[in-house]
Every structure is written in structure tokens, then in C-alpha cells.
Design a protein around this ligand. Structure first.
Ligand code: NAD
Length: 363
């Protein structure tokens, strides 16, 4: 099979669909991998690194789309890519169809086979190709929080770990899933005092078992959140109710409980955010202030650490990419229910209930 890796064209997207190490896993199995020149530069991978692993470097994305049987990328195709994708071509990437009717219609029209990273699902309901991004966003949230707590960045001038003789910073993490767990772990590692909240008692028991002594678990409810907001230097929003908008756990009125210069990082911004005053921001202008509380609500946090993100994402996609290359999409999806869950549109037909119901399309 010929695989194609184009350069991402979305603004500020520096990740790439395959690393040189992943290319070598495919070329040594006898597949051909075409990589657009400069595709990996944003993640720190040069053309020569890919070529050394057996990739063929081609000058433009047109070459990639014309020659490849299967495209492996990161972000959803944008308008200039819609017509480059050919009938019968497999496209394996994040599509997030439900958020774009234009994209959905374009992929129906070009009759490609669209396999979405975000709907590949394990039998326990977990989403193996989203988990790495949550891990990154969770860890990054503390790094960003620590930075914005510094006075020159607009924060209240608190060092999260404290020093001998000085109280350490207090971090409140709302939601103890993947993002929350990684945030709590990092904050604890910095020496902060951490409280992590969830509604799921099973999850709280697990967190209580694995977290160090400076992490406390609390059941999530409004009155406890109010109590803890009084103490919090940094609040991290990490709740998720699958398929629904995030519940507003911190209202605008509750911000007044927090001290001026405190920081909120709402990682759940892609589901509307769990802090009422959250509105999506970008890496170009990540923060804004409401009622003296600094807000950071970047919708694509992993985009800021493309080297780590690319490797983490491709570690997770590689086994599926190999299965698709070795067996072809029909057999690979028939043999593997996880991968089958990724099928969203096949040759003009929507085959995923979520995508169909988003736009009232036949399914
Ligand atoms: P997850 O499903 O692993 O965890 C969510 C947790 O929230 C669950 O444990 C759930 O029990 C808990 N929860 C639900 N309602 C709650 C409530 N009222 N109070 C306290 N806890 C509650 O999800 P995740 O992978 O950790 O993702 C969290 C959010 O972060 C999602 O919206 C995800 O899309 C988003 N995310 C954003 C970025 C970004 O760049 N901004 C990156 C990755 C993930």
C-alpha cells in the first residue's frame, strides 16, 4: 500500500501524522510512504530523518494526494484539501465531523473512506486516540498555570511549590478523568497542595490510592467548590459528560470568592467549558481577565508542544495504521471493532450515527 503524509495546513498546527520511527515500521513491512517536504519540520523532524527511514519525500501535497492509497494526518481536511482527496482514498485523521457541516458534505461528495481518530473506541468505551491529547493537556495545564501565576504574567505572584517557611500554592482540579489525573500528578510533583474533585466515587477511590499525600480527593458539589475557591491559587477545569456540554461548576458570581490574580485554566473549553466565564482562546492570545481572575482557555493545548504531541499521537495511531496498511480498510475494520468505530463516511455514505444525527442525514 502507498501511504501519504501531507503537511498540516491549519493555522498554528505543527503536528504531523507520522514520525520517522513510525515510517520505518511501515517501510520495513514493504509499504511505500510518501511524505510532503517539510511536513515534519514543525515537530522537529526533517525531510532527511524521514528519508533515512525509507520515506519518499515529495515536493507538494498534490503529489501526496494523487499517489497515496491512504492519507495519515492530524487535523480535519480544510477547503483546499477537499477536492484533492480522491474517490476510494482512505483518510485517517481527527475529523470532528459533528462540528462542521461543510466538511461532512465535502467528504460525502469526494467519496473517500473517512476513519476518524476520535471515534475509534475500545469495548470499555475509552477513546484510545483522544487519551494522549488529554494526558498532554492535563500536564500542560499545570505548567501554564504556574507560569500565569507569576506577577509579570498578570498572576498573584505565587510559586506553586512554595519554599521552606512559606505556604505552598493550592491547586483545585475539577474532574478526575484523564486530564484531571495528569494535572493533579504534575501539580503534586511541583509540591503544591492539590484537591481533585469528581462525582464518580469509584474514580475518587482509585485516585486516593495512587496519588501522593499532597493530593486530597473530594466529592464534587457546589458548596465544597465554594469553600475551596477561597483557597485556590489555580483552578483547572477538567470535567466531561460524554456527548453533552460541560456543566458550569464555577459561575461568574463564584469568581468573586477567588483572590485577585488567581488563575483558571479551563481545559474543558472544547465542550463549552466548566467555568461560566470561559471562552475559547488561541495560543496567539491565550489569556484574558474577568473580575480580576486570569483565564486561560486554549482549545488546542497540545498544539503548543508539537514534538511531544506528535510522538504521543502516533504511538497511539500506529497499530491501527499498520492494520489498515496490511489488511486494507475493509478487512482491518471487519477484524477490529475498535477501528470499525472510527468509520464515519464510506464512499459517500454516512455510517456513524453521531455524524448522521448532527446534520439529520440518512444513516
Ligand atoms: P474524562 O472523561 O477522562 O474525565 C472527565 C471526568 O469528569 C470524569 O471522571 C467525570 O466523572 C468527571 N465529572 C463529570 N461531571 C463532573 C462534575 N459535575 N464534577 C466533577 N467531576 C465531574 O475526560 P478527559 O479526557 O479528562 O477530558 C476532559 C475535557 O478536556 C474534555 O472536554 C476534553 O475534550 C477536554 N480536552 C481539552 C483539550 C484542550 O486542548 N483544551 C485537550 C484534551 C482534552
Amino acid at each position: 500500500l502507498t501511504m501519504g503524509v501531507p503537511k498540516e495546513i491549519k493555522k498554528n498546527e505543527n503536528r504531523v501524522g507520522m514520525t520517522p520511527a513510525k515510517v520505518s515500521e511501515l517501510t520495513r513491512r514493504g509499504h511505500k510512504v510518501l511524505v510532503e517536504s517539510n511536513a515534519g519540520a514543525g515537530s522537529g523532524f526533517e525531510d532527511e530523518d524521514f528519508a533515512a527511514m525509507g520515506a519518499t519525500i515529495v515536493p507538494t501535497c498534490v503529489d501526496v494526494y494523487q499517489q497515496a492509497d491512504m492519507i495519515v494526518k492530524v487535523k480535519e481536511p480544510l477547503a483546499p484539501e477537499y477536492t484533492l482527496i480522491r474517490e476510494g482514498q482512505v483518510v485517517f485523521t481527527y475529523f470532528h465531523f459533528a462540528s462542521s457541516k461543510e466538511l461532512t458534505e465535502a467528504m460525502i461528495q469526494n467519496k473517500s473512506i473517512c476513519i476518524s481518530y476520535e471515534t475509534v473506541a475500545k469495548s470499555d468505551g475509552s477513546l484510545p486516540l483522544l487519551i494522549p491529547m488529554s494526558e498532554i493537556a492535563g500536564r500542560m495545564s499545570v505548567q501554564q498555570g504556574a507560569k500565569y501565576l507569576e506577577a509579570p504574567m498578570g498572576g498573584r505572584g505565587v510559586l506553586l511549590g512554595g519554599v521552606p517557611g512559606v505556604r505552598r500554592g493550592f491547586v483545585l482540579v475539577l474532574g478526575g478523568g484523564i486530564v484531571g489525573t495528569h494535572a493533579a500528578k504534575l501539580a503534586a510533583g511541583l509540591g503544591a497542595e492539590v484537591t481533585i474533585m469528581d462525582l464518580n466515587l469509584q474514580r475518587l477511590r482509585y485516585l486516593n490510592d495512587i496519588m501522593p499525600a499532597n493530593v486530597e480527593t473530594r466529592y464534587s458539589n457546589e458548596s465544597t467548590i465554594r469553600d475551596l475557591l477561597r483557597l485556590a491559587d489555580l483552578v483547572i477545569g477538567a470535567v466531561l459528560i460524554p456527548g453533552a456540554r460541560a456543566p458550569k461548576l464555577v459561575t461568574r458570581e463564584m469568581l468573586s470568592i477567588m483572590r485577585p490574580g488567581s488563575v483558571v485554566i479551563d481545559v474543558a473549553v472544547d465542550q463549552g467549558g466548566c467555568i461560566e466565564t470561559c471562552k475559547a482562546t488561541t495560543h496567539d492570545e491565550p489569556t484574558y481577565v474577568v473580575d480580576n481572575v486570569l483565564h486561560y482557555c486554549v482549545a488546542n493545548m497540545p498544539g503548543a508542544v508539537p514534538y511531544t504531541s506528535t510522538i504521543a499521537l502516533t504511538n497511539a495511531t500506529l497499530p491501527y495504521t499498520i492494520a489498515l496498511a496490511e489488511k486494507g480498510w475493509r478487512r482491518a475494520c471487519a477484524d477490529n471493532a475498535e477501528l470499525k468505530g472510527g468509520l464515519n463516511i464510506i464512499e459517500g455514505k454516512v455510517v456513524h450515527e453521531g455524524v448522521a444525527s448532527a446534520f439529520d442525514l440518512p444513516y
